[in-house]
Design a protein around this ligand. Structure first.
Ligand code: ZN
Length: 293
């Protein structure tokens, strides 16, 4: 189907009119340059479409300038409608981009939260590990203490002698000077301990005295198999009777503060005889039995 000359002229005129109309619309509506570019392109396309329509329907009866203008105007309105649709699309695209940005921000926040959670979990694991290590150290320390006690027990069993109050060192020296003692000198050594702490015979022997000893309070005297005596004073309780055989380490009474005493402690003496005044150095005596006090 060929264009007639008249149709070609009509298309040219339409394009001129279209351009003028586009310019006036652009001024009227202060459209953005981008929007104008979009619309100008659409108008061009519309003009081609209109030309095609006109060409396709080319008869002298409808190919008048007026009819062509109407056809063009219809095409332009359609083009404007398409332009508005594109503007909507641009807005929709902007909204879609905003949604993408929002989703990205949300994802970043989620990742931050996940990282924080992971850091907290790691800190928790570290603390748990530390507690476990502390527990292990404590267990190892207890084990070493038990081993020390075992070695100490073995040494004792070799001699059959022990210290009179388990694990307590004496706080005095033998013959220490002081106003507290009637002789002016300490006749034994003291082991401070809470009332009720077990007092044990330092070695195997036989109980010779149990009872009240005046300034000594409740006391016990034991004759050992080597012929020497030991005395235990200020007791809160006694657990043996005269004539009873005892082993080294066997409990015979409990720490107290009876008699002439300023506080709970065991007063301990080594003696050559059963009575007061026959004392000798108890530290040397126990050391001779392998016991360090
Ligand atoms: Zn004493």
């Amino acid at each position: 189907m060929a264009f007639t000359r008249a149709t070609a002229q009509l298309a040219e005129k339409l394009t001129e009119k279209l351009t003028g109309l586009t310019e006036s619309l652009t001024e009227k509506h202060h459209l953005s340059s981008r929007s104008v570019r979009t619309r100008a392109g659409l108008v061009g396309a519309a003009a081609v479409a209109v030309t095609g329509v006109v060409g396709a329907a080319a008869t002298p009866a409808i190919a008048t300038p007026d009819e062509g203008s109407r056809t063009y105007a219809l095409g332009f309105v359609q083009a404007m409608a398409v332009g508005d649709t594109i503007a909507d699309d641009v807005r929709a695209q902007a909204q879609a981009q905003q949604r993408v940005a929002d989703a990205a921000a949300e994802k970043a926040a989620e990742e931050r939260a996940a990282k924080e959670k992971a850091a907290k979990a790691a800190e928790k694991r570290r603390a748990a590990k530390e507690r476990e290590a502390a527990k292990e150290r404590e267990t190892a320390e207890k084990k070493r203490a038990n081993e020390r006690a075992d070695r100490s027990a073995e040494r004792r069993s070799a001699t059959g002698y022990v210290d009179p109050v388990a694990g307590v060192d004496t706080t005095t020296t033998y013959k220490q000077a002081g106003a507290s003692w009637s002789s002016g000198k300490h006749s034994g050594i003291d082991f401070p301990a809470n009332t009720g702490t077990p007092v044990r015979s330092v070695g195997p022997g036989t109980v010779v005295t149990v009872g009240w000893g005046g300034a000594y309070g409740n006391q016990i005297v034991i004759r050992h198999d080597d012929g020497k005596y030991t005395q235990y004073a200020h007791l809160s309780a006694t657990k043996v009777s005269a004539g009873q055989k005892v082993d080294g380490g066997q409990q015979i009474g409990a720490v107290g503060s009876t008699g002439n005493s300023t506080g709970p402690h065991l007063h301990f003496e080594a003696r050559n005889g059963a009575y007061y005044g026959s004392d000798f150095n108890p530290i040397t005596y126990l050391a001779g039995k392998g016991v360090d006090v």
